[in-house]
Write a protein that binds this ligand. Structure first.
Ligand code: 13P
Ligand code: SF4
Length: 303
């Protein structure tokens, strides 16, 4: 049944010249039919090079918007309109504009998990895999980092030469993990290496052996012979178990499940392809141009 649907999708993809992109957090059945899979940074770079008329983005809304900004001539579809990243909506653009007025020496760095409207008032975007490189390459000492206070605190700890101001944004999924979760996981698996995404709170990151983006975590876990405790969304632990059946991978906490990233099913992808459902990303020319600037700046500084 699943295989049948996958075959239908693969056939339709060719007939209609549709590309399917999937964030690494998507389910395995979706990752299997995707043309490209990756973390937020990889997907942004791929978006610029796509040769197709329509792109289906399996992930959450800010990812589909980023694709549209980088490939404005293409039709970009998010299979489920309600799949959003709660962190992306946590800070209003007006607050940033006000801050910039009052603090002209600051550059505003936006995590890519932000709305198009928020990107439009920021100087440069970063992803978890590019943040360190890009923030250190900025020509100002004074930086406002939004919205993720946890990723911002991690970058700040690595770059003490920068004056990084943080606001109170966070990923509700990663931020819910506690020191108690780390102690319990370490007690159960004392020999395991702890791999952590920098969206986790600083006191939790203190237990990490490796801190990095989704891709960094996957690469480390596939390369090592050590057992690994996976400190990011459960889908990554599931993916690793499939890729390396003899590997030993344990999820840091059961709380690490993002409902928005799990909303899209293979049937939703098919329905979006036959135009039964799905949400086409439409951005005004003005918003698109303004929001694209910090993404282009990220790619320029990170490339
Ligand atoms: P990546 O930057 O690793 O793709 O992560 C995005 C995200 O939403 C993590 O929760
Ligand atoms: Fe957003 Fe967190 Fe879900 Fe990633 S895991 S999409 S940051 S809510």
């Amino acid at each position: 049944m699943l295989r049948e649907l996958q075959d239908k999708i693969l056939k339709l993809k060719k007939e209609k010249n549709i590309a399917i992109l999937a964030h690494s957090y998507q389910s395995t059945d979706i990752l299997e039919i995707a043309d490209f899979r990756g973390d937020s940074y990889q997907l942004s770079v791929i978006a610029k090079e796509l040769d197709c008329e329509t792109v289906i983005m399996c992930g959450v809304k800010f990812m589909a918007e980023t694709l549209k900004m980088l490939s404005p001539e293409k039709k970009v579809i998010l299979p489920i309109a309600q799949a959003t990243c709660p962190m992306a909506e946590q800070i209003s653009p007006e607050r940033v504009v006000q801050f910039k007025k009052e603090n002209p020496t600051f550059k505003v760095v936006a995590y890519i998990n932000t709305t198009a409207e928020l990107k439009a008032v920021c100087d440069v975007c970063v992803t978890s895999s590019s943040a360190l490189k890009i923030v250190s390459a900025l020509d100002t000492k004074d930086i406002l980092f939004i919205p993720d206070k946890n990723l911002g605190a991690y970058i700040s700890s690595q770059l003490p030469q920068k004056n990084i101001v943080l606001w109170d944004g966070y990923c509700p999924i990663h931020d819910a993990v506690t020191v108690k979760d780390c102690i319990e996981a370490k007690q159960l698996h004392p020999n395991a290496k702890v791999l952590m995404h920098p969206e986790l709170p600083p006191e939790v990151l203190a237990y990490g052996d490796v801190i990095g983006s989704t891709t960094a975590i996957i690469n480390y876990a596939l390369d090592t012979d050590d057992e690994c405790i996976i400190g990011t969304e459960k889908s990554i632990a599931d993916f690793l178990k499939l890729q390396k059946p003899d590997g030993k991978f344990y999820l840091l906490s059961k709380k690490l499940m993002c409902p928005d990233m799990r909303m899209t099913t293979l049937s939703d992808v098919y329905a979006a392809m036959i135009s039964d459902s799905g949400h086409e990303v439409i951005l005004s020319d003005e918003l698109l141009a303004a929001a694209r600037k910090p993404i282009d700046e990220m790619i320029r500084l990170g490339g």
